[in-house]
Design a protein around this ligand. Structure first.
Ligand code: NAD
Ligand code: MG
Length: 394
């Protein structure tokens, strides 16, 4: 078996750490080329030493000196690169066979796109990149022959449930509907009038998945599912009307596909990101992931509920943005990143998140965005508008 070179963008995060855990079980299959982090120099240095990375990239240039010292202290010869351009540089290295995109937010777009443009197999966890630049990813995969394997658990499940040639057309494959499951988050059963008072700590206490803080808040507002609807549109060529969301608090069924002949295929497993990560790493083979086997007797208690768009309006906003097209998903994502950060910093209330999103969508006219430069500019403008809206709220 040929050894595959791998770079992990966002190695210090939740998905990045789980990826390294799976890799540790298969040292004969993979060689770590580059690991990247933002500011957590101690962890990144330890990861580089433990996995023998050729390059370590610290995205925050201010932290480069400390990162170098930390590596020296560990006696590690990993070469240090710093700054956001270095992320793109390592994503496109010849030595990479696969690149894991596990940076959170729009910050991960440029390196993920660089990997696809360089023809790498991209394992995509960074859903925000696909939400804001799905058209560019499509173009780049067809130009370079790169392949994107989704890591987001629902999309990885859909990838497994759809026939191999689904990219041609869902309709030709006999698909009626893609069903994304949502855990419903920590506030699934909270009355609407209590949601204004929930704290970031309560929002970060997710019942079934252990994830980074931004995606955990997104799960609590259901914006995570909204972003996933847009992600599914770009990954699988599904129209908004072909994508349905159901709340499934146990997070055992990760997605379903309804076919024309009446068949509904479902993907099941315990909620553990190492499953989709291992699947994406080894595809089309299957490798051991360290995940406990699903106990079939746990299946007697599965529930499926309609999402409550009145209490969780962010999901509805995402469908609206997808239908509006153009810059609307970019606006939604940028405003959401700003609003979630403000909520985590105790500057706005949980229920203000949706208000910021609605106002940002009103203020930013929907335009066609064709290039990466236009997308990044629209993203930056929306952030400026959102910061203003947040101040008015604070
Ligand atoms: P996290 O916050 O735990 O980790 C984020 C990573 O991105 C870290 O390595 C951090 O250093 C890096 N990073 C943050 N800001 C950066 C910047 N400006 N420049 C460069 N690097 C930066 O997040 P996570 O939970 O691992 O999620 C990562 C992505 O995967 C997100 O897009 C999320 O939606 C998606 N995802 C996560 C899970 C999960 O279980 N955690 C599941 C599905 C999808
Ligand atoms: Mg998901």
């Amino acid at each position: 078996m040929a050894v595959q070179g791998i770079t992990i963008l966002g190695a210090t995060g939740s998905v990045g750490r789980s990826t390294l855990e799976v890799l540790s079980r298969h040292p004969e299959r993979f060689e770590v080329i580059a690991l990247t982090g933002y500011r957590n120099v101690e962890l990144l240095a330890r990861q580089c030493a433990r996995h023998g990375a050729r390059y370590g990239v610290i995205a925050d240039e201010q932290a480069a000196g400390r990162f170098q010292e930390e590596l020296a202290r560990l006696g590690c010869s990993t070469e240090v690169l710093a700054g956001s351009d270095a992320l793109e540089q390592v994503a496109a290295l010849d030595a990479n066979g696969v690149v894991m995109a596990a940076i959170v937010g729009a910050a991960g777009l440029r390196p993920a796109l660089a990997a696809v443009q360089a023809g790498k197999r991209l394992l995509l966890a960074n859903k925000e990149a696909m939400v804001i630049a799905g058209g560019l990813f499509r173009q780049a995969t067809s130009d370079s022959g790169a392949r994107i394997i989704p890591v987001d658990s629902e999309h990885n499940a859909l990838f497994q449930l759809l026939p191999p040639d689904h990219a041609a057309a869902l309709d030709r494959a006999g698909v009626l509907e893609l069903v994304l499951t949502a855990s419903g988050g920590p506030f699934l059963r909270r009355p609407a009038e209590e949601l204004g008072a929930v704290t970031p700590e309560q929002a970060c206490d997710h019942p079934t998945w252990d994830m980074g803080r931004k995606i955990t808040v997104d799960s609590a507002t259901l914006m995570n599912k909204g972003l996933e609807v847009i992600e599914a549109h770009w990954l699988f060529g599904a129209a908004a009307s072909q994508i349905r969301v159901v709340v499934h608090p146990q997070s055992i069924v990760h997605s379903m596909v309804a076919y024309r002949d009446g068949s509904v295929l479902a993907h099941l497993g315990v909620p553990d990101m190492r499953t989709p990560i291992a699947h994406a790493l080894a595809w089309p083979e299957r490798i051991e992931a360290g995940v406990r086997r699903l106990n079939i007797s746990d299946l007697s208690q599965l529930e499926f509920l309609e999402p409550d768009l009145r209490r969780f309006p962010c999901l509805g906003l995402a469908f609206t943005a997808l239908q509006a097209g153009g810059s609307a998903p970019v606006t939604l994502n940028a405003a959401n990143e700003c609003a979630v950060e403000a909520f985590l910093d105790h500057r706005i209330r949980f229920t203000d998140i949706r208000r910021i999103l609605e106002r940002a969508l009103e203020r930013m006219p929907t335009a066609e965005l064709e290039s990466l430069a236009q997308i990044l500019e629209h993203d930056a403008e929306t952030r400026a508008v959102s910061r203003q809206l947040i101040e008015e709220h604070g």
